[in-house]
Design a protein around this ligand. Structure first.
Ligand code: SF4
Length: 600
């Protein structure tokens, strides 16, 4: 795929085409519902035919289709097809920027290497999933969406995209890289309109290429629909096979496209009925925002795995209010939006010029299974997730950990950043002083110049450095949020000892991770999860700590529900499958979940 990217960017100049507006007037794009291709050749022919529709000659069309941009123009129909002009490529720092008439897409041409991978051991944290954002009723909706995505960047750093609409046309721009790298002022100026949705992504299902960046757009007989999705569907095989039998041509390997294809193939009379019917057919985790040329939709799966909140910005001078949706409420703060409520599990919310309406697409009796790991690690502590402040849960996890497995020591030290709040709670409960004995380098990107020779623990030391004068001769309690493979934990323990710590006691603010996640979190296989294969004592030996203790499951669910009964969550409202192996949906074979792969 990387070769394809390079070929597209660096290839010979492409011919200018007719303007998209001219196309729109001349010929409406074909509905995907009408497509009946069943073989690769037929699919190829259809794609070539559609490319001819937007003014690319057969030769260029085929070349483009093999190239990186082809699927984008296919899925985007008339709304965001690219006009091939100068495909001039310039090199800016470590990124190649492909400048086109109405698109600018930043491509990382450097190798994406996680710090831990550099010295031979893999990334040792669960990966965040995705962040989604939607804005309705603001004159600069794309810029508001950009700010929201900026606040949600921790949920995915591989690619980002924004689609906007002005009531008539829909435009979208997607790229590889960070939100701020892709969306410059110039790029945002190409996304006019009062409606926008956005997405920032770390791939879980499908590969990580721009092909699968979101929002994904599909033209249907109901008009164009763009979708941004956080989560993983778990009945991919059946739904996809059925859609393909009905003539659907999938443009991406992302499971998110299944939802829009279901909508495009629905036979209901209204779009809202099509959406509700389609959402009722898929199983698994999905928090989604969708848009048409004049409406926004937001929905959560019946179990409520992933968060999605709704906020409002009061209109000024009699202007109507702006409605916003985001994976986490930290996105609202930047926009001065007020948190209104969560989108409820199984609820479909629609915002249009008629205001906000809501309907259910699943029975209220479906048991809730909100991902408890959002409170443990994924979400920012300044967010309110599932109606509860993450800071409050993490602080309580630390306190409960101190109650369950206190140990005599001189200093509580967090593994930054995600262990900080729990460590503060632990210190407050135990009375042991807290200090930052490990400093994180916040300027370490995803890539770096590799040393000539592999250096022991180089990767971890790039990220973390001990404060020697704090650790020297101290018995320390290290607080972290998880141990996945154990390799990073061992390096941190060694680092603290090398800095002079007399004893290193490791405390983890959740139970041992023993099972992979099927709901939008990239977890290693059971074989690689250290807690699935070793006892706590064996793990302690492996990470070379003086003692090791995890928070109990009861302690965790208590920490996420105590002191705030009004949020409606109970210990049974959470998914805890990665700690128990008990999954809230029907069992899904691992083979059914496409592996998340990073393009190298
Ligand atoms: Fe969250 Fe774990 Fe459940 Fe996945 S399995 S949704 S990470 S609690």
């Amino acid at each position: 795929m990387r070769e394809q990217m390079a070929a597209t960017v660096e290839g010979p100049g492409l011919k200018p085409t007719e303007s998209i507006g001219a196309l729109r007037g001349a010929e409406a794009p074909r509905s995907l519902r009408e497509t009946k291709a069943t073989t690769n050749t037929e699919i190829l022919d259809q794609k070539r035919s559609r490319m001819t529709n937007v003014g690319v000659g057969p030769g260029e069309g085929e070349k483009q289709m093999r190239g990186f941009f082809a699927p984008l123009r296919m899925t985007s129909g008339d709304c965001c097809g690219m006009r091939e002009a100068d495909s001039s490529a310039t090199l800016r720092n470590d990124k190649q920027i492909a400048l086109r008439n109405d698109k600018q897409i930043a491509l990382r041409n450097d190798k994406q290497i996680d710090i831990e991978e550099e010295d031979g051991t893999p990334f040792d944290k669960l990966r965040e999933e995705c962040g989604i954002m939607a804005v309705y009723g603001h004159p600069d909706a794309a810029r508001m969406t950009y700010w929201g995505l900026y606040a949600l960047q921790h949920r995915g750093q591989e690619s980002a995209g924004i689609a906007s609409a002005d009531g008539h046309d829909v435009n979208d721009i997607k790229g590889m890289g960070l939100v701020s790298e892709i969306f410059t002022d110039e790029v945002l100026a190409r996304l006019p309109g009062h409606i926008a949705i956005g997405h920032t992504r770390y791939s879980t299902t499908g590969d990580s290429a721009l092909l699968n960046a979101q929002p994904i757009s599909v033209e249907s007989t109901m008009g164009l629909i763009a979708i941004a999705h956080n989560g993983n569907l778990v009945n991919l095989g059946n739904s996809k096979a059925r859609l393909e039998r009905d003539g659907a041509v999938f443009q991406t390997t992302s499971d998110s496209e299944i939802i829009v294809q279901l909508i495009a193939h629905s036979r209901c009379n209204t779009l809202v009925d099509c959406i509700a019917e389609s959402l009722a057919q898929v199983d698994g985790a999905f928090s989604i925002v969708m848009m048409t040329r004049n409406r926004i939709f937001a929905a959560r799966d019946p179990h409520g795995f992933r968060p999605l909140s709704m906020g409002r910005i009061a209109g000024v001078n009699g202007e109507p209010d702006t409605f916003v949706f985001a994976s986490e409420t930290c996105a609202f703060d930047l926009l001065h939006a007020k948190y209104e409520r969560d989108v409820r599990p199984g609820e479909l919310v629609m915002v249009s010029e008629d205001g906000v309406t809501s309907r259910r697409f699943s029975p209220e009796t479906v048991p809730h299974a909100s991902c408890i790991f959002e409170h443990v690690y994924f979400a920012r502590p300044d967010s309110r997730v599932f109606g509860r402040w993450v800071q409050q849960s993490r602080d309580e996890m630390g306190r409960q950990l101190a109650r369950e497995s206190g140990v005599d020591a001189d200093l509580v030290v967090p593994v930054p950043d995600s262990g900080v709040t729990a460590a503060l709670g632990y210190a407050a409960e135990s009375g042991i002083p807290f200090n930052f004995g490990l400093i994180r380098n916040h300027y370490v990107g995803r890539t770096f110049i590799q040393p000539e020779q592999r250096t022991r623990d180089f990767g971890v030391r790039m990220k973390l450095n001990p404060v020697r004068n704090l650790l020297q001769g101290k018995r320390i309690i290290l607080i972290d949020d998880s141990i996945i493979r154990g390799t990073t934990s061992r390096k941190i323990v060694r680092m603290c000892r090398a800095a002079g710590a007399a004893e290193v006691h490791m405390r983890i603010s959740c139970p041992p991770t023993i099972s992979p996640c099927f709901y939008g979190v990239d977890t290693p296989s059971t074989r690689e999860l250290i807690a699935a294969n070793k006892s706590v004592e064996e793990i302690r030996e492996f990470i070379e700590a003086d003692s090791l203790a995890y928070l109990s499951l009861v302690g965790l669910t208590y920490s996420c529900t105590t002191n705030e009964p009004a949020n409606g969550m109970s210990p049974a409202s959470f998914c805890t499958a990665c700690y128990t192996g008990v999954y809230p949906t029907q069992w899904v074979d691992v083979e059914d979940i496409l592996p998340a792969t990073v393009v190298a």
